[in-house]
Design a protein around this ligand. Structure first.
Ligand code: PLP
Length: 401
């Protein structure tokens, strides 16, 4: 009899083919076997026609990438360990020393921090533009501009830009565009097809998506994706992705695959709850301004309506309030601390509602005129009962009265 260990490791049993079930299997591998040296030399992983090494993909990660392409309307997708890694991968794939990147002033904060830290140290400069002023973007594009970031709606203050105008300017000036698509998630609007019926399609070149948010939906997975429709661009990003050694865990990929079928239902349910609460918040005297792109007096409302209002006009599960400036820092903190169902914590689009107070002065190069003075508090709405959430905010407001 052969040695037991050897026999267990090189076991001859192969399960029958043809297994079919609702969920994609969890394939785990660093090592992938080749049947021959010839196969080892000739197998191609760049076009997903085969398997070579765990870093380059497994049936589980390929399946998730294809489903995310369907969600966002892209053709090529790569998975990375977080949404922030997706943002960084885009910059590292496109930019080199001497180039400049333009970033909207209301971009996801760590996107700006990455530009101010790593990019600057590598000789890549950045400028911040006013996302509500396409002429400001146009004026800032120079021969050194190689990438323009877009975000709709913007982070924390949720202004909705004229995305179509911004993309048209970049196309005219032949500058690549990358959209942080976490808020729209492929549901509120189609980033690669911004104007219906326009041929060729008007859209962004690249999307980065914090899969951590809606695609996961559980508040328990960190993941990001980078997507494009362009084959040459996809290859460029893929080579950087490979050289950086980025990969995601098979169990995390499985969790997202399991959550994806309900993303449409969750997006819509959380959207409706959020809009109801945002409208109610407008009637509370302590809040001098409520920020949500679907509120008629919110900055960029008309652009949101134009882009997101064909069929189901979608908006994500976020709204922010500005607490009257007569409240002290300590009072604002006490209001947030008094919330019971809303937990203090970062991220959003999971089952639990969250709250974060922000200091806008540290976040914007220019504090926009369209914002009232006071402290910004952002709510993200989970899946709890809406009336319970409203009652929670109402009881916490008592600490201010
Ligand atoms: C959360 C978030 C990210 C980053 O995602 P992580 O997975 O937390 O790194 C990027 N962009 C936006 C708009 C986000 O909300």
């Amino acid at each position: 009899m052969a040695d037991l260990s050897t026999e267990l490791i090189h076991h001859p049993y192969v399960a029958p083919e043809g297994f079919a079930a609702p969920q994609v299997g969890v394939f785990k591998a660093s090592t992938v076997y080749f049947p021959s040296v010839a196969a080892m030399r000739s197998r191609e992983w760049k076009d997903k026609s085969a398997y070579t090494y765990g870093l380059h993909g497994t049936p589980t990660t390929y399946a998730l990438e294809e489903r995310l392409c369907t969600l966002e309307g892209g053709k090529h997708c790569l998975l990375v360990p977080s949404g922030l890694a997706a943002v960084a991968l885009v910059a590292m794939s496109i930019l080199k020393a001497g180039d400049e990147v333009l970033i909207p002033d209301n971009a996801y904060g760590p996107n700006k921090t990455f530009a101010e830290g790593e990019l600057l140290a590598w000789g890549i400069t950045h400028q911040y533009y006013d996302p509500l002023d396409p002429q400001d973007l146009e004026a800032q594009i120079s021969s050194r501009t190689k990438l323009v970031w877009l975000e709709a709606a913007g982070s924390v203050t949720l202004e909705f830009p004229d995305l179509v105008a911004l993309v048209r300017i970049c196309k005219q000036r032949k500058v690549l565009t990358a959209l942080d698509n976490t808020w729209g998630a492929g549901i509120a609007y189609k980033p690669f097809d911004l104007v219906s019926g326009e041929s060729p399609a008007l859209g962004v070149d690249i999307t980065a998506h914090a899969v951590t948010k809606y695609p996961s939906g559980g508040g328990d997975v960190l993941m990001g994706s980078v997507m494009t429709r362009d084959h040459a661009l996809a290859l460029r990003i893929k080579l950087t992705h490979m050289r950086l050694g980025l990969a995601v865990g098979a169990n995390d990929a499985e969790l997202v695959l399991r959550s994806l079928p309900s993303i449409g239902l969750r997006y819509r349910a959380q959207d409706e709850a959020t809009r109801g609460l945002a409208r109610w918040a407008q009637s509370q005297p302590e809040f001098v301004q409520v920020l949500h792109p679907a509120l008629a007096d919110s900055p960029g409302f008309a652009h949101w309506q134009a882009l997101c209002n064909n069929g189901y006009g979608g908006a994500a599960c976020l709204f922010s309030v500005i607490l009257d400036e007569r409240f002290t820092h300590d009072q604002t903190d006490a209001f947030c601390d008094a919330l019971k169902l809303f937990k203090l914590g970062y991220s959003w689009a999971g089952p639990v509602s969250l709250v974060v107070p922000y200091d806008l002065k540290t976040m914007r190069s220019v504090v926009p005129k369209h914002l009232s003075r006071g402290t910004v508090v952002r709510f993200s709405i989970g899946l709890e009962n809406v009336q319970d959430l409203q009652d929670d905010i109402a009881q916490a407001l008592r600490v201010l009265r």
